[in-house]
Design a protein around this ligand. Structure first.
Ligand code: AMP
Length: 179
């Protein structure tokens, strides 16, 4: 079995969580299995070994787990994009629409420098709103996002075409049908 299929098999689907009709794609079994954790991180290490971004930006909260390990393996720094109200220093923020209501994410103003080539990473792309907000934050600081990376993509929610239309190339490992 190839690595992507092994990764897909290690992701647990929890139906009707956190709300009825949502199929939550739970990566915790993938992280808890030492061999699968290594297989997972290696997919991203191989992808970015030669592309050499200047920094890895991870999105709150599961993007921190894979993004920080990836940054360490690539000898790069890691910067967090957090939900509003968590970062202590001066920040820029970006709000985006959710199915019900809106959300705001923030980054420290000194997290990246103008001209930095940034790899943006999260665990999953659904509607693409979170990753698009992350891209906009990094661009507000003058950085360039070389690619958006995630373990999972949910094609039915349309995130990938939205992000590509906004000029963001994507690298994802597995996809699941259904929300
Ligand atoms: P979106 O902004 O719609 O692309 O949603 C992506 C963010 O929400 C990521 O940070 C995911 O961790 C989380 N997310 C959205 N839908 C799911 C799902 N079905 N399973 C697991 N996480 C999800």
């Amino acid at each position: 079995m190839d690595e992507r299929q092994l990764i897909r098999n290690a992701i647990r689907t929890v139906p009707d969580w956190p709300a009825p009709g949502v199929q939550f794609r739970d990566i915790t079994p993938l992280l808890a299995n030492p061999k699968m954790f290594r297989v997972l991180i290696d997919q991203f290490v191989h992808r970015y070994f030669d592309a050499r971004p200047d920094v890895v930006a991870g999105i709150d909260a599961r993007g921190f787990i894979i993004g920080s390990v990836l940054a360490y393996e690539l000898n790069l720094g890691f910067v967090p994009i957090r939900k509003k109200g968590k970062l202590p220093f001066s920040t820029v923020e970006e709000s985006y629409e959710l199915e019900y209501g809106s959300a705001t994410v923030e980054i420290h103003t000194d997290a990246v420098k103008p001209g930095d080539a940034v790899l943006l990473i999260d665990d999953l792309i659904a509607t693409g709103g979170t990753m698009l907000a992350g891209k906009r934050l990094l661009e507000k600081l003058g950085a360039r996002v070389i690619e958006g990376a995630a373990i999972v993509e949910l094609p039915e929610l349309g995130g990938a075409p939205l992000l590509r239309a906004a000029g963001l190339e994507l690298f994802t490992l597995v996809s699941f049908e259904g929300h």
